[in-house]
Design a protein around this ligand. Structure first.
Ligand SMILES: NC(=O)c1ccc[n+]([C@@H]2O[C@H](COP(=O)([O-])OP(=O)(O)OC[C@H]3O[C@@H](n4cnc5c(N)ncnc54)[C@H](O)[C@@H]3O)[C@@H](O)[C@H]2O)c1
Ligand SMILES: O=C(O)C(=O)C[C@]1(C(=O)O)C=C[C@@H](O)C=C1
Length: 324
């Protein structure tokens, strides 16, 4: 039987989703109660409301919300066939126009089963996640929320705080900011109502994370004139940074990181990406390693066969390109 993807949202969102090919046709909550799989991708407070509106149903339901404990509890209280989910992918952008088919490729995707989760339901959702190109990772809902408090929610609060501190200096202070400030504050432009929802939902765990952060800042503050201990702190920070998980590339296809040193000039990123794209080389992940404002290295993650091809194409075009 042919698969059909239905969407439920405001009419203008559904119209755009059909135009982009994200859904086959608009639908209603009543109709999706009969679906094989329902993915709830609304703000957290709306997801709780949707769980209530969908009950009772035998459909397998999952969600993508950034916090898990409250939603999983609500679904279980309603006796729904539910497996909580949370993709560690996305951006500060929102709305269907920013949807991308490759958004989840290589990303970690948390699933939060509990002792009440039907193993068959878990297998089905896990299979769905793998079909999106993501890597399912099981974790208990409470542990998930504790981890996210530090790894996602605290950085969003920090971005808001940094932007406020700089804006308070003087009206033009922000216009003088360099790459470090920009890197640290990107998520400060995230959707305000979505983030108000996420932060309120995870307030207890976030309180702990904020306390730990305030303690760490106070400690650093007390040591800033002690060069030895500052050096040790930055050495520790550097080692922790090296251990950061980035995009998870599917281990079935071996991958290689290629560093491409470039000058900071208009169009340089487009030159590299167009060269690779026009030779059918897919960039699995990309980040910029800054050294100063004149030069930087583009670090490209490619599958190993593509990396060899990319290296010779880049050399022929006058770029350096060395595996890391
Ligand atoms: N943006 C990210 O980076 C990211 C990453 C992982 C998880 N999430 C989670 O994904 C969820 C959605 O976030 P987003 O960034 O995609 O937001 P978004 O604003 O892009 O999309 C949310 C959509 O939900 C719709 N909606 C709101 N109430 C609804 C209802 N009652 N019924 C049907 N549709 C409704 C909105 O009209 C909108 O189209 C949130 O729970 C968020 O925590 C976001
Ligand atoms: O990259 C970003 O802009 C994000 O905010 C993505 C991000 C995060 O890493 O914190 C934000 C919220 C989601 O729940 C998952 C991922």
């Amino acid at each position: 039987m042919a698969r059909e993807i239905l969407g439920v949202d405001r009419p203008e969102v559904l119209e755009e989703a059909v135009r982009l090919g994200a859904i086959d046709r608009p639908s209603t909550l009543k109709e999706v109660r009969e679906a094989d799989l329902v993915v709830l991708a609304a703000p957290i407070s709306r997801i709780r409301e949707l769980l209530r509106k969908l009950s009772p149903t035998r459909a397998l339901i999952t969600d993508v919300a950034s916090t898990k404990t409250g939603i999983v509890r609500e679904a279980e209280q309603r006796g729904l066939r539910f497996v909580g989910g949370h993709p560690m992918a996305g951006s500060q952008l929102s709305g269907v126009t920013n949807a991308r088919p490759d958004l989840f490729r290589g990303a970690r995707y948390f699933l939060t089963p509990t002792e009440h989760t039907d193993p068959e339901a878990y297998r089905e959702v896990s299979h769905f996640v793998q079909r999106l190109g993501a890597i399912p990772t099981a974790v208990a809902p409470e542990k998930h929320d504790l981890l996210m408090a530090t790894l996602s929610h605290l950085p969003h609060l920090m971005a808001a705080a940094l932007l406020k501190v700089a804006s308070d200096i003087s009206p033009e202070a922000l216009s003088f900011a360099g790459p470090a400030f920009r890197d640290l504050t990107r998520v400060g432009s995230s959707n305000p109502s979505l983030w108000a929802d996420i932060l309120a939902e995870n307030a207890p765990a976030l309180g702990e994370a904020l306390g730990a952060f305030a303690g760490a800042m106070a400690q650093l503050g007390s040591e800033i004139q002690d060069r030895k201990s500052m050096e040790r702190r930055f050495q520790e920070a550097r080692e922790a940074y090296e251990a950061l998980g980035g995009i998870l590339v599917d281990k079935r296809g071996e991958s290689t990181e290629l560093a491409v040193p470039v000058e900071n000039r208009p169009g340089v990123l487009a030159e590299v990406t167009t060269l690779l794209g026009s030779n059918s080389i897919n960039i699995l992940d990309l980040y910029v390693r800054h050294s100063n404002t004149e030069r930087a290295a583009l670090v490209l993650t490619l599958n190993s066969e593509d990396a060899r091809k990319a290296q010779s194409l880049l050399h022929a075009a006058g770029f350096g390109a060395e595996p890391l």
